[in-house]
Design a protein around this ligand. Structure first.
Ligand SMILES: NCc1[nH]cc(CCC(=O)O)c1CC(=O)O
Length: 317
């Protein structure tokens, strides 16, 4: 049967649209017709100044709820997400049908004036609301102050330019994609500032049900699949799953391929940066990524990770 164009759902942020277009162009190159549908999510509304977080919203999946509704109602065929914004478990009616090759997974130091985190003056202010980044940065620089800077990448860069903070810490992938890497002066090694599980990777989500349309969609996106990326992010997300977290927990996990298999590093930091638990391990090509992540999480737990995660949250400056 002749198929209608593949409808791709995306949030309206510049980064989300870049990512959706990136997938759309590749599908067109492969001979498919595509359309992009912009969908506004709770997470987008929460980034507006003055937005009050409604009761019962816990931060997990706030960027995907309305997009999954569009999938369920058949308004879109495919959703393109930043993998790190997806909860570790999806509702059974959805699946991640493809994980393309990952971009730069690292966090970066963004600053016009200073060249690295260690050259920032005493008590400098870093603009980030991420509990993970705050905890990890405090572990490196206990004198740092933080400013509540949220919103899309350009909004954050504008606040930096206006002097609302001295530096930002952001995901390399987002800045690279939008060509905003001009003030990126340092890409943190994952053993220093360990990225969020899945950072830098995309996830192509669709309905799990099998019918003629979903088979067509799954087959059309098959060529995006990058097995090394899938292994790495599955292992990373398994760590988060065991520790019970979403993107708001100070948990970093990073897995990468080596010549023998995979190397994994994970880090849990007390919210005040005082204590850090680190685990490093290697696995062979034939290992199971979920088991690898679960093993790493078990090691973190044995060393007291869960106790750290309930520690006091640092005061805002
Ligand atoms: N939390 C928002 C978010 N979700 C995905 C990215 C960047 C792209 C990626 O990590 O894949 C960002 C911005 C950031 O953390 O700097």
């Amino acid at each position: 049967m002749k198929q209608t164009p593949i409808r791709i759902g995306s949030r309206g942020s510049q980064l989300a649209l870049w990512q959706a277009n990136h997938i759309s162009y590749a599908l067109r190159d492969a001979g498919y017709q595509t359309e992009i549908e912009i969908i506004r999510t709770t997470g987008d509304r929460m980034q507006q100044p003055g937005f009050v977080v409604p009761a019962g919203v816990d931060g997990k999946g706030i960027f995907i709820k309305e997009i999954e509704e569009a999938l369920e109602e058949g308004r879109i065929d495919l959703a393109v997400h930043s993998l790190k914004d997806l909860p570790t478990t999806l509702a059974p009616q959805f699946k991640i049908a493809a994980i393309p090759k990952r971009g730069d997974a690292r966090d970066v130091f963004v600053c016009e004036q200073y060249w690295a985190l260690h050259t920032l003056p005493d008590n400098a202010t870093v603009g980030t609301t991420s509990p993970r980044r705050r905890a990890q940065l405090l572990a490196l620089r206990p004198d740092l102050q933080f400013a509540e800077i949220r919103g899309n990448i350009d909004t954050r860069l504008k606040k930096l330019a206006e002097g609302k903070c001295d530096a930002l810490v952001l995901a390399a992938a987002g800045l690279d994609r939008l060509k905003r890497a001009e003030w990126v002066h340092q890409r943190f090694d994952p053993t220093e500032v360990c990225p969020a599980p899945g950072q830098g990777a995309l996830a192509l989500e669709m309905l799990a049900v099998e019918n003629e349309r979903t088979q067509y969609i799954a087959q059309s996106i098959g060529f995006f699949n990058h097995p090394h990326t899938r292994f790495s992010v599955e292992a990373e997300r398994a760590v988060l799953d065991v520790l019970g977290g979403g993107c708001s927990l100070p948990v970093g996990a990073y897995c990468e391929p080596t010549s023998e298999g995979f190397k994994m590093y994970a880090q849990v930091v007390a919210p005040d940066g005082d204590t850090m638990i680190q685990v490093e391990t290697e696995a062979s090509h034939s290992a199971d990524p979920i088991e690898l992540g679960q093993y790493v999480a078990g090691q973190l737990k044995e060393r007291g990770a869960l106790e750290l995660l309930v520690g006091p949250v640092p005061e805002l400056s």
